[in-house]
Ligand binder design. Structure first.
Ligand code: N2P
Length: 361
């Protein structure tokens, strides 16, 4: 062989190796409490691919890692508005749809809705979707606020008179700045997606006024604490997480998820492959695997989140499909809004305002 042909030979071997012999490893970074107990086990049994599975409970945390790069993750699950900004920053690789035959199972309308964040769904597939509302302990809230407590309104947590009364039974707020600002702006009658400094300031003042009554800011601790009666209200709770608390609560403890009448955020969590993912082929295999009707139904049946897989719906338990909090009727859907993408400067303003709220300054 000449030098050039040796070089060409080894280059083609490397190319082949990259495609045909990806090591049987996959690194997933997903939200906590967001997968069925046996999903990973079944994927490994079907493919021989060993999975490392890490969790987070914050889009902001995920984004900070992704923007730094070289996370080593092959799959991540940002929410649509965050994904949109990350796509613009070059964080994701386009999907190879030839490797995703189960895309045929997906609900076309929901995928079209999600394409507002990712044109032609080129980089992502809906993993689960839900809303950001209120979770509460029926008996404890009635005890402190009476039978006509406004559990269908953001005033439950943003009216200082109510928040003060909830202090002792435990009022928790999500540590999710973007979503908490959406909620506070909605309660004040502003556009939930407003980034007008004057309106953000009013929302900051509103949340600061109830800050002394908040036991903690955290976005996943509330599942166990609601179930155990350690807190009585979570403001900004996510659908399935509140239902998981309800499902695991002790006998006689009733936990309810409510979509406030003033409006709430509907979001899509999207599964996507970072551009520098070390195992993109395995990542495609996993995406296709979770789009299997039975696998995705198993996840919904375990985590109580709606999915966007039309073929799975007949396999989802009726106790879930019949829940108006998970699959809202049209009149409730009409009150939901979606998040529009924020610029880095707008997010900075919101994050700084949030730091003020949390510190009580
Ligand atoms: C799962 C939380 C996912 C909802 N625990 C956040 N979009």
């Amino acid at each position: 062989m000449t030098k050039t042909s040796i070089l060409a030979f080894s280059v083609s071997l490397i190319a082949l190796g990259a495609v045909a012999e990806e090591e049987k490893v996959l690194n997933i970074y997903n939200w906590s409490d967001y997968i069925a107990e046996d999903t990973i086990e079944k994927f490994t049994a079907a493919t021989g691919i060993e999975v490392t599975y890490d969790v987070y409970d914050s889009n902001e945390v995920l984004e900070a890692k992704l923007l730094t790069g070289s996370t080593g993750y092959d799959l991540v699950v940002p929410t649509g508005d965050f994904l949109e900004r990350q796509i613009a920053a070059g964080v994701y690789m386009p999907l190879n749809k030839d490797m995703l035959p189960n895309l045929a199972n997906m609900d076309e309308k929901l995928m079209a809705a999600a394409s507002s964040h990712d044109s032609d769904n080129a980089h992502s597939v809906i993993y689960m979707w839900g809303t950001t509302g209120l979770g509460y302990n029926v008996a404890k809230v009635e005890e402190v606020l009476g039978a006509d407590a406004p559990t269908d309104s953001w005033s439950l947590v943003f009216d200082p008179a109510n928040a003060e009364k909830l202090k002792d039974c435990g009022l928790a707020f999500m540590d999710a700045p973007t979503e908490m600002f959406h909620a506070a702006l909605t309660y004040l009658g502003f556009d939930p997606n407003s980034h007008e400094p004057a309106e953000i300031e009013k929302a900051t003042a509103l949340m600061s006024s109830v800050q002394p009554y908040i036991r903690y800011f955290h976005s996943s601790q509330y599942i166990d604490d609601l179930a155990a009666g350690e807190i009585c209200v979570i403001a900004g709770g996510w659908t399935g997480d509140v239902y998981q608390a309800a499902d695991s609560a002790a006998d006689g403890v009733e936990i309810v998820y409510s979509i406030p009448k003033e409006g709430a955020l509907q979001w899509f969590d999207m599964i996507a492959i970072p551009a520098d993912a070390p195992h993109p082929e395995n990542a495609h295999k996993f995406i296709n695997f979770v789009m299997d009707a039975q696998i995705t139904a198993d996840i919904t049946n375990y985590v109580w989140y709606a999915n966007a897989n039309e073929a799975s719906m007949e396999l989802v338990d009726e106790e879930i499909t019949s829940e108006a909090g998970i699959f809202p009727p049209q009149e409730v859907k009409d009150t939901l809004y979606t998040a529009t993408v924020k610029t880095a400067a707008e997010s900075r303003m919101i994050n700084e305002a949030w730091a003020k709220v949390k510190s009580g300054s």
